[in-house]
Design a protein around this ligand. Structure first.
Ligand code: NA7
Length: 532
């Protein structure tokens, strides 16, 4: 869409990204009387849900919980159709919110922010986009997303492949029909696991290239009934009490300890398996801190895989053994393991026969070439830092964020970065973010930021910056908490391990009491921040 570039515009706040974080941030800023400009690379709102249109894409948190909580009317009016909403419905929800609160008028779409530079004399950010915009803002809010920079591995010869290639995180809007085709899928994370059963339905032959087997729990997706909705509302206050109070934590919960007898433990695994969903990880409070406890739950899931997959050799390859369950994002599937019983589906174990290259014909491993008509990369994202570091961010004294984060991301409370005044990151590294219900974490950050900006305005202050010492203490705490768990044992995207050369740092915060900590910081006059 053609539009004249904004040159010399001055606003109170620029918001980068119009996913669920950016949308709510824009709404709150305007409501509080700030002038705003939003920028969004996509053609509409929705962020991750705008781009991830691959077949089978759906949320892995029950829809009723995967909704904004800030407007009771919105929450009560919107009717989800399924326990786990599919991508089109989530995108329709984002669109509904944008219509209802007139958000689009604040956003320049199809516009990518290229650079942001802090002007110390003015305490303002200069924002430059690929559409020639130059906008000056007192406050800069990065809502660019945690899983928004898709990455495909640099496999030699990929450009020579004769057929089309797709990435699950940048799926064609018009959809893809694989009917009658020989399709290859590389990657068996959530995106692979959700799309593989559907692609298998269409393709004449599907070859799944698996490097790491992942744990997946059946979604038991179903239409959302009045009864389920009723139960949700009955428990809503308690749920919000938990969200706004102690929150989630993986630090070990003695109340929820495994019972002594193996029979009682098995019964509990069975119960959660039958319920389905990522709630399986809540089986015991110490699932993610005790290797022994974890291994029992992991072997339960492997036994289930062996029951579902007819060929024992295939079941063996699909059974994860190289990481404790839950230390990589648990997947939630519909018919994933059963897909490998289909005669038109093959599994290639890349641990035995690694990919050596891609040719015009297909994928070549160390032993064989698999001829393909189309190739799907379900290979994930440069998670948590990719979107931020793709922007040239220069803070006080010209400091570059890329340099400041060269050894791994450092952010105070995951919200602000020392040396980068007046910039806030929604669900940044060092906050619960991807380990929590993203919508809840987004709301918490937006509400914290808006309170902060309101108080800054009231006190006539123009600059706030994380103190380096407070940031160092927080970053060390984030690492120390993670080190008490099993998370660092997995080569996960939480650790940056999926990107060659990316520093191995556990990025999200797994401790409990995060929200309280943020509130205490604000109540103490923004302790750990330098205000001017
Ligand atoms: P993930 O979870 O990062 O999964 C990516 C998959 O791609 C994973 O199985 C990787 O294996 C595999 N992969 C990556 N690079 C390669 C190469 N070079 N060769 C073979 N296989 C490769 O991304 P998703 O999109 O599935 O999910 C991301 C999040 O989105 C998910 O957790 C939900 O929160 C929603 P690896 O494990 O690295 O061996």
């Amino acid at each position: 869409m053609a539009r004249a570039p904004m040159r010399g515009a001055q606003v109170d706040a620029v918001v980068v990204g119009a996913g669920f974080g950016g949308m709510y941030m824009l709404h709150k800023l305007r409501e509080q009387g700030f002038s705003v400009q939003g920028f969004e690379a996509g053609g509409d709102v929705g962020g991750t849900w705008y781009w991830n249109r691959y077949p089978g894409a759906r949320c892995d948190i029950p829809s009723m919980f995967y909704s904004y909580k800030w407007s009771d009317e919105l929450q009560r009016d919107w009717r989800w159709s399924e326990r786990y909403a599919a991508q089109p419905e989530i995108l329709a929800y984002a669109s509904h919110v944008a219509d209802r609160f007139d958000l689009r008028s604040m956003i320049a779409f199809e516009t990518r922010v290229l650079s942001v530079t802090f002007d110390e004399a003015a305490d303002r950010w200069a924002v430059v986009t690929d559409r020639g915009d130059e906008v000056s803002a007192r406050w800069l809010i990065m809502a660019a997303g945690c899983l928004s920079t898709p990455r495909a591995p640099a496999i030699p010869g990929v450009e020579t492949f004769a057929g089309p290639t797709y990435h699950t995180g940048a799926w064609p809007h018009e959809g893809v029909d694989f009917t009658g085709q020989r399709v290859g899928v590389i990657g068996t994370g959530s995106s692979g696991i959700q799309s593989i059963p559907i692609i298998a339905d269409q393709a004449s032959r599907l070859t799944v290239f698996q490097r790491t087997a992942n744990f997946s729990v059946p979604a038991r997706n179903a239409p959302l009934t009045e009864r389920v909705i009723d139960v949700f509302w009955k428990g809503y206050d308690d749920y919000m009490g938990l969200v706004k109070g102690p929150g989630m934590g993986f630090g070990g919960n003695p109340v929820n300890a495994p019972p002594e007898t193996a029979e009682a433990r098995q019964a509990r695994y069975e119960e959660l398996w039958a319920l389905g969903g990522a709630g399986f990880l809540a089986v015991w409070g110490n699932l993610l801190t005790s290797l022994e406890v974890n291994e029992e739950a992991a072997s339960f899931v492997r036994a289930k895989i062996a029951e579902m997959v007819k060929d024992p050799l295939v079941a063996e390859v699909l059974g994860p053994r190289d990481h404790p369950i839950g230390t990589k994002r648990i997947c939630v599937d519909t018919g994933y393991y059963e897909t490998f019983n289909r005669p038109n589906v093959d599994l290639v174990n890349l641990r035995d026969t690694p990919i050596e290259g891609i040719t015009a014909e297909g994928v070549r491993t160390s032993t064989e070439t698999y001829p393909l008509d189309a190739l799907v990369f379900a290979t994930g994202f440069d998670a948590m830092t990719g979107a931020l570091l793709s922007i040239d961010i220069r803070g006080a004294g010209g400091a570059e964020l890329r340099e400041a984060w060269a050894a791994g991301p450092c952010a105070y409370l995951g919200l602000a970065v020392a040396g980068f005044p007046n910039m806030f990151v929604i669900t940044g590294p060092g906050s619960p973010s991807v380990l929590s219900n993203m919508i809840n974490s987004i709301e918490q950050h937006v509400e914290w930021i808006i309170r902060c900006l309101g108080e800054m305005r009231e006190a006539d202050r123009t600059r706030i910056e994380a103190d380096e010492a407070a940031q160092d203490t927080w970053v060390a705490h984030v690492a120390a908490v993670a080190d008490k768990t099993l998370f660092p044992r997995a080569a996960s995207w939480y650790m940056g391990a999926n990107i060659p050369g990316k520093p191995r740092v556990f990025m999200p915060y797994i401790g409990a009491g995060y929200r309280r900590k943020c509130e205490e910081v604000a109540a103490a006059g923004y302790e750990g921040f330098i205000l001017a």
